[in-house]
Each structure stands twice: as structure tokens, then as C-alpha cells.
Design a protein around this ligand. Structure first.
Ligand code: RB5
Length: 151
């Protein structure tokens, strides 16, 4: 199960991304926001990031105006590898090299057709493992040290 959320700045793109996912038969749960009223992106970023961090959702998608705020929030959560992606190349690489479990996009940055191609690239790319797994293990190690206050 995939989960998705946005603030008001990402609402329009969120609706489009949900349609792309449905077309691809990917089950997705929408955690809001549900209208164009101004909201605070951390409230929605934390819902998705917490669920991915706890293993309650396989993957997440977060969208705000630029994607910046949502990516800052999501990467606070253990085990979350949230990637702010800008184009098809970064969409592919965030899976191939970083095995991103959350993608973050800017609703005020991306044209719908570009966003569609990016989501497809992320879905269709496999994690390469090998030296990239070694690097992810190092990130997990850093995360553990930070959690223990060893910074
Ligand atoms: C909301 O106006 C905007 O600040 C938010 O969507 C996002 O771009 C923050 O990083």
C-alpha cells in the first residue's frame, strides 16, 4: 500500500498523481489535505513519514509547493529515505541508488506531464544494491548514533 499527502500547495498535483497511480493499479491511501485551505505542511508530512517509518506503508509520496518543507520533515523519521525529485533522472536515481521510500515533489514546480513521467520512472526502476546498499547501511548507522545522542 502506498500513501500520499500534500498541503494546499501540492493539492492539485496530488490529485493528478493519485490518478496516475490508479491507472497503474497501484493502491494508494490519501491522508489529506482535502481542500485548498491553507494548512501547515509538517502536519501532513509527519503522517506519511511516520507510517513509512513504522512499516505501516510500503512507500509514500509527499507534495507541497516546492517539495522542500515536506522533505525536511520526512527525513526526520528513522528509516525514511525521502527524496526531493525534480525530473525523470532524479526520479530514477532516487530508486536505483538511494532506494527512496518516499518521493517528494513540488506542486508549484512541476508540469503535470513531467510529474507523471517521474512517478512512472520511480515505480519502474529497481534498487541496484551492491555499493549503494553499503552506503544506505552507513546512513542507518549514522541514524542510530544520532538517536543514541552520539553526535
Ligand atoms: C506553502 O505556502 C509553502 O510554503 C509550502 O507548500 C512548501 O513549499 C514549503 O516548503
Amino acid at each position: 500500500m502506498f500513501i500520499i499527502a500534500s498541503d494546499h500547495g501540492g493539492l492539485e498535483l496530488k490529485e493528478l498523481v493519485k490518478t496516475f497511480l490508479e491507472e497503474r493499479q497501484v493502491a494508494v491511501r490519501d491522508l489529506g489535505t482535502g481542500n485548498s485551505e491553507s494548512v501547515d505542511y509538517p502536519d501532513f508530512g509527519e503522517k506519511v513519514a511516520r507510517a513509512v517509518s513504522r512499516g505501516e506503508a510500503e512507500k509514500g509520496i509527499l507534495i507541497c509547493g516546492t517539495g522542500i518543507g515536506m522533505s525536511i520533515v520526512a527525513n526526520k523519521f528513522p528509516g525514511v529515505r525521502a527524496a526531493l525529485i525534480n525530473d525523470e533522472f532524479t526520479a530514477r536515481m532516487c530508486k536505483e541508488h538511494n532506494n527512496a521510500n518516499i518521493i517528494v515533489m513540488g506542486g508549484r514546480v512541476l508540469a503535470p506531464e513531467v510529474a507523471r513521467k517521474m512517478v512512472a520512472a520511480w515505480l519502474d526502476t529497481a534498487f541496484e544494491g551492491g555499493r549503494h546498499q553499503r552506503r544506505l547501511d552507513k546512513i542507518a548507522q549514522i541514524e542510530q548514533e544520532v538517536q543514541k545522542g552520539q553526535i
